[in-house]
Design a protein around this ligand. Structure first.
Ligand SMILES: Nc1ncnc2c1ncn2[C@@H]1O[C@H](COP(=O)(O)OP(=O)(O)OP(=O)(O)O)[C@@H](O)[C@H]1O
Ligand SMILES: [Mg+2]
Length: 274
């Protein structure tokens, strides 16, 4: 599954996207070009409605761009042909309430034609690693929010594609659970090193996890900035208080238009104190 590292896992070349509803055309994305390299962790941030989920749908082959190319492992693939090439955790990745945690996780393999018994076995093998041991037979309603996210994530990872598309995987969680799951995801990624494209609203999450952060403007989403994160791996919680972290954070908040002068001065003074 691995490719020579100089070929990006995915390259987006001048992607435009529109939605047409009742004869009204809505421009969602304009002229989006960037790559995710083999083993790279890229975060995508932008305001609500900037087209982040649309972009993941396009890469996954679920939606056709109005213009531009998606190049996977060096090959320009048309929209339906991209289906199944990446592992995709949707923003609203709901577990099926009538299936147990184990059966929900196994679903990713079943839809790829793995027989049910084998799919369950392979999912079971990873329950411990995902902190889900003992909850195989629990139904989604019996799991905590963090556990449900992990089942959904396990289902995504089990598909074993070299490109992982994650749309706000921790979006619905409280701050503490987010932090725990972020470091857990980073640990997993350090071991597996797939190419990751992670959508998040949270600038701190983007800086603490990613190698690069792509910033989209409000609709139509256009790239306004790409920030290369200059923090060593493995990332530690201590880095959150470093001057480098704050520098990236300020740059991203500014690119998102979220800094006015007084706040900027405040953050600058925090950096000076850190
Ligand atoms: N199926 C659809 N039909 C029509 N318009 C859509 C459709 N899906 C998305 N849109 C519109 O396209 C724009 C981009 O939506 P998208 O969901 O990609 O944004 P997003 O950046 O993921 O937002 P959020 O951060 O809220 O998840 C929005 O204006 C949205 O209303
Ligand atoms: Mg979205």
């Amino acid at each position: 599954m691995r490719n020579p590292s100089d070929i990006p896992r995915v390259r987006l070349d001048r992607i435009d996207a529109i939605y047409i509803e009742d004869d009204v055309t809505l421009e969602a994305l304009r002229d989006i070009s960037f790559s995710v390299e083999d083993g790279e962790f890229v975060a995508l941030v932008g305001p609500s409605g900037s087209g982040k989920s649309t972009l993941l749908d396009i890469i996954a082959g679920l939606y056709a761009p109005a213009g531009g190319d998606v190049i996977l492992d060096g090959e320009t693939l048309p929209t339906p042909a991209r289906l199944g090439a990446s592992s995709y955790m949707h923003q609203r990745d709901l577990l099926l309430p009538w299936r147990s945690a184990l059966d929900n996780a196994a679903l990713a393999l079943e839809v790829h034609g793995v027989p049910r018994k084998q799919a369950r076995q392979r999912a079971l093998e990873r329950f411990d690693e995902f902190g889900l041991a003992g909850f195989e037979d629990a139904y989604p309603a019996q799991l905590s929010g963090g556990m449900r996210q992990r089942v959904a994530f396990l289902r995504t990872v089990l598909a074993e594609r070299p490109l992982l598309l994650l749309d706000e995987p921790f979006g619905a969680l409280d701050a503490l659970s987010r932090v725990v799951l972020q470091s857990w995801l980073l640990d997993l990624w350090e071991r597996e090193r797939q190419a990751v494209l992670l959508v998040t609203h949270d600038v701190d999450e983007a800086v603490s996890m990613a190698d690069r952060v792509v910033v989209l403007s409000a609709r139509p989403g256009q790239i306004t900035h790409i920030e290369t994160i200059d923090l060593p791996r493995p990332r530690t919680r201590d880095m959150l208080t470093s001057e480098t972290f704050h520098r990236h954070r300020v740059a991203l908040l500014r690119a998102l238009g979220l800094l006015d002068q007084p706040q900027e001065a405040l953050i600058a003074s925090e950096v000076a104190l850190a």
